[in-house]
Design a binder for this molecule. Structure first.
Ligand code: ATP
Ligand code: MG
Length: 437
């Protein structure tokens, strides 16, 4: 992508309204633009990151045996009256009347709708288990939308739903999502800590929030240092096998929100205790027959009797994750994208576009890197070098290739790793070889 032709409306100054670093950086790098309170346009650079995060979530859901569908954003109020949540949900739900005065709503979540789909299509226990998900925009009229896309009113969520004949099956589904989530966040370079969450009247230990560690998190947390070993789940998980021992390894380690903290347990941890702040990026929930009973989602069991199916729901804040990754990975100069979610892999800087040798070399590098499968953002604008350096650092692409007249003449380029700041001058061929080009 040539920066001269791209749509990247960066801001020179820090926007006043942004209180946290990710919001500031997303506005400054031209990733998003506010449309109204808590509602944003995703500009091209931001949309690239959103799509990459969405794709990682999708790949990991698919690998865990979850099947993607797409439910609408607008739902009939009637279903929510059946479940009893139409009134219970309160003012966070955006209610709409259509031209025939029918009550509709913009979905804040989809338990009712997926249960309605299930009850109309699945009739026998032989068709179970089922795991379904979609990635769709949600609307919640948050009382205090803030921190940019971190707590928006319109936001992108991945929500999955499991259907099982019995509790043992539902727990298997829960464990599948538990492990799937650890893998998903790990791929984004995040340390996600599963924290026990309130389960309400159902009780038990079957709700976890996945919290990533960042200084600007909304809540205070304390946890065992082991959670920082982000690669301890490995990538060769067999989702058909028994995941309970692996899940237990995580759930038996100390992890507590502010209200759950336990002084004696923390004293026993000693050096292994870490305290910090966290951002909730995912939430998994086993709720039994809470929706299947009122909505009549039953199947014929092995003995011919009707059974209300056991359900769970599993959410990931896809748009919130864009901000969360930035909170977890930035420095004073700007964003530092992990490779897996970076909007472009390489930033190519032409320090003097009016120098023929520099521009020729840049064209050659741009073509070769692109041909080798790298997405390149090529800064070919007629701007001062200082502006180019600082904007490239601000945008935070993992690798930079810097071309100036002196190097172009000598056949060398400079490589810079954004995360470490390491710079190295190399002959053009050696630099290309680094990128497999
Ligand atoms: P919170 O406590 O942050 O309000 P929640 O418990 O209401 O979250 P869930 O209903 O479990 O959230 O939704 C699943 C995920 O969707 C959350 O883990 C979070 O990552 C994301 N999410 C929820 N509300 C918002 C929002 N207003 N803006 C962006 N993402 C959100
Ligand atoms: Mg909420």
């Amino acid at each position: 992508m040539r920066l001269s032709r791209y749509f990247l409306p960066t801001l020179k100054e820090n926007p006043n309204e942004a209180q946290i670093v990710s919001h500031r950086l997303m506005l400054r790098t031209g990733m998003i633009r506010q449309s109204s309170a808590g509602i944003y346009t995703w500009l091209p650079l931001g949309l690239r990151v959103l799509r990459r995060i969405e794709q990682i979530v999708r790949e990991e859901q698919d690998a865990a045996g979850c099947h993607e569908l797409l439910m609408p954003t607008i739902q009939p109020a009637e279903l929510w009256k059946e479940s009893g949540r139409y009134d219970a949900y309160g003012p966070e739900m955006l209610r709409i009347l259509d031209r025939h005065q029918r009550e509709m709503l913009y979905g804040p979540t989809n338990e009712e709708l997926i249960t309605e789909i299930f009850r109309g299509t699945v009739k026998s226990y032989r068709q179970l288990p089922k795991l379904l998900y979609h990635i769709q925009w949600k609307f919640r009229d948050e009382i205090r939308p803030r921190f940019g896309v971190m707590r928006g009113r319109e936001f992108l969520m991945k929500d999955s739903y499991s259907f099982d004949l019995d509790q043992a099956g539902a727990i298997r589904a829960y464990n599948t999502m538990f492990v799937c989530y650890l893998r998903t966040f790990q791929r984004m370079g995040l340390t996600a800590i599963p924290m026990r969450a309130e389960t309400g009247p159902i009780g038990g230990n079957l709700s976890h929030e996945f919290v990533i560690v960042a200084d600007t998190g909304e809540s205070e947390i304390a946890y065992h240092r082991d959670f920082e070993k982000i690669d301890w789940i490995g990538s060769d998980i067999d989702f058909e096998g028994d995941l309970q021992p692996l899940v237990d390894q995580f759930t038996t380690k100390y992890a507590a929100t502010d209200e759950q903290r336990d002084a004696a347990a923390e004293a026993a941890l000693g050096e292994d205790l870490v305290t910090g702040r966290g951002i909730e990026v995912g939430h998994i929930f086993y709720f039994g027959t809470k929706y299947s009973k009122p909505l009549g989602a039953t199947v014929t069991g092995p003995d011919g009797e009707p059974v209300a199916v056991e359900m769970g729901s599993y959410g990931i804040g896809v748009s919130r994750l864009v901000a969360a990754v930035i909170e977890a990975s930035h420095d004073d100069a700007g964003i530092i994208w992990p490779d897996s979610v970076a909007p472009f892999a390489v930033g190519l800087i032409n320090l003097k576009p009016d120098d023929a040798a520099s521009s020729e070399l840049c064209e050659r590098l741009y073509t070769a890197l692109t041909a080798a499968g790298h997405e390149v953002l090529y800064d070919d604008r007629a701007e001062r070098p200082g502006v180019k350096f600082s904007e490239m650092d601000l945008i935070g692409l993992p690798q930079q290739v810097i071309v100036g007249p002196r190097g172009a003449k000598a056949g060398t380029v400079e490589l810079k790793v954004r995360r470490s700041g390491e710079r190295e001058e190399l002959p053009v061929e050696a630099a290309l070889a680094r990128f497999g080009a």
